[in-house]
Design a binder for this molecule. Structure first.
Ligand code: SIN
Length: 357
């Protein structure tokens, strides 16, 4: 565990351009690269249509913070994120960070699935160099677009971590609306507000403003170099990847979805339970049967904060269920996929992983 001391840097102390850190900016699309028919339109736009060069050109101050190496990895609306784009992105990041010529990576991404991509990278990047994701809630064409400042801040954070040893080793970060979050904990909490990302319960790691970066706490759980996961096992044709799906528990829920998923051969099911991961008795019976057929079942909660206590709302030991702890269903799915791909299937082994990551 590396808890960085609170410290700061100021853009006024930025060294000469040739000694600035070299930061690769990998663009994947999203609203940050979105364009609408008019500047007042912040919802009826097309995501992922503005290229990385144009995004960078909108932020001349970047040249005072880092030497930027841009790459257009994809141009997607992140609701359409695929496993294959995930593996392409993660492999490209690992390749770049293995090079002495690259000091860090910033990824521009859509907000909709950013929390999933960030956690996947947190568990699969093999470097302690900075990886910082950012995004925007308003398209590049909007009045008061938030993307340019978010991009500048993300590069500022990456440059800071690259040049301050005490700030290293925190895994993948998300810089958004002046806050710095851990990829493990950050979630999208608003459909429209520019302050759309939070780390429920434990809060942000720190903040970035006007070239100054400050970390106020560290990251405790395993990630990146201390993670046992690689993407190698997911880098296979869709049919060979462990299929993990999410079902929700709610009033009057039937067992139809679970039975269909088991019949289709899924390897894992994450249940978005009520409250402390409690599950409607009808669904719980179906999930217990799924376990007896070799399907891994993880209990998480549809509530936006808190954690799921093992053997709290369900008898996990008896039913063969795993508790997701404080991971929401979408992040729990990422970890379960990686765990299954690594050959872990026993509930006790899976629980250990959920307690570690
Ligand atoms: C997306 O996730 O690609 C679209 C929405 C957004 O970035 O805010």
């Amino acid at each position: 565990m590396n808890i960085p001391t609170s410290s700061s840097s100021n853009s006024s102390s930025v060294p000469g351009a040739s000694s600035l850190p070299r930061i690769a900016v990998l663009a994947t699309g999203g609203t940050i690269a979105g364009a609408a028919p008019d500047a007042a339109n912040t919802s009826g736009y097309q995501a992922g249509v503005v290229g990385v060069d144009q995004l960078l050109a909108a932020v001349p101050a970047l040249s005072t913070v880092a030497r930027i190496a841009p790459e257009q990895i994809a141009s997607v609306d992140s609701k359409d994120m695929t496993m294959s784009l995930w593996t392409t992105l993660a492999q490209r990041i690992n390749t770049l960070l293995a090079s002495d010529d690259v000091d860090g990576v910033v990824v521009t991404h859509g907000t909709d699935t950013l929390e999933e991509t960030a956690y996947l990278l947190h568990l699969s990047v093999k470097s302690d160099k900075p990886v910082v994701l950012t995004a925007a809630m308003r398209p590049a064409s909007a009045l008061s677009a938030d993307g340019p400042l978010n991009l500048l801040n993300a590069v500022t954070v990456a440059a800071y971590v690259a040049t301050h040893a005490a700030a290293r080793g925190q895994g993948v970060l998300v810089a958004f609306n002046n806050r710095i979050h851990s990829a493990r904990d950050v979630v999208k909490t608003s459909t429209y507000a520019v302050d759309a990302f939070q780390s429920p319960e434990i809060g942000a790691l720190g903040w970035v403003q006007d070239g100054r970066v400050e970390f106020q706490r560290g990251v405790v759980r395993a990630h990146t170099l201390t993670s046992e996961f690689t993407l190698a096992s997911l880098d296979s044709p869709d049919a060979a990847r462990p299929q993990v799906e999410i079902v929700a528990s709610y009033a009057g829920v039937s067992r139809l979805a679970v039975d269909a998923l088991v019949a289709a051969g899924v390897r894992g099911i994450v249940v978005a339970g009520t409250g402390n991961g409690s599950i409607h008795q009808t669904l719980q019976q179906a999930l217990a049967e799924a376990v007896s057929r070799g399907v891994a079942v993880v209990r998480s909660s549809r509530v936006g904060s808190g954690h799921v206590m093992r053997n709290g709302a369900a008898a996990d030991d008896a039913l063969g269920f795993v508790s997701a702890g404080s991971l929401n269903p979408y992040k729990a799915r990422v970890l379960l996929m990686l765990a299954l791909a690594a050959g872990q299937t026993a509930p006790a082994a899976l629980q250990k992983l959920f307690d570690t990551y």
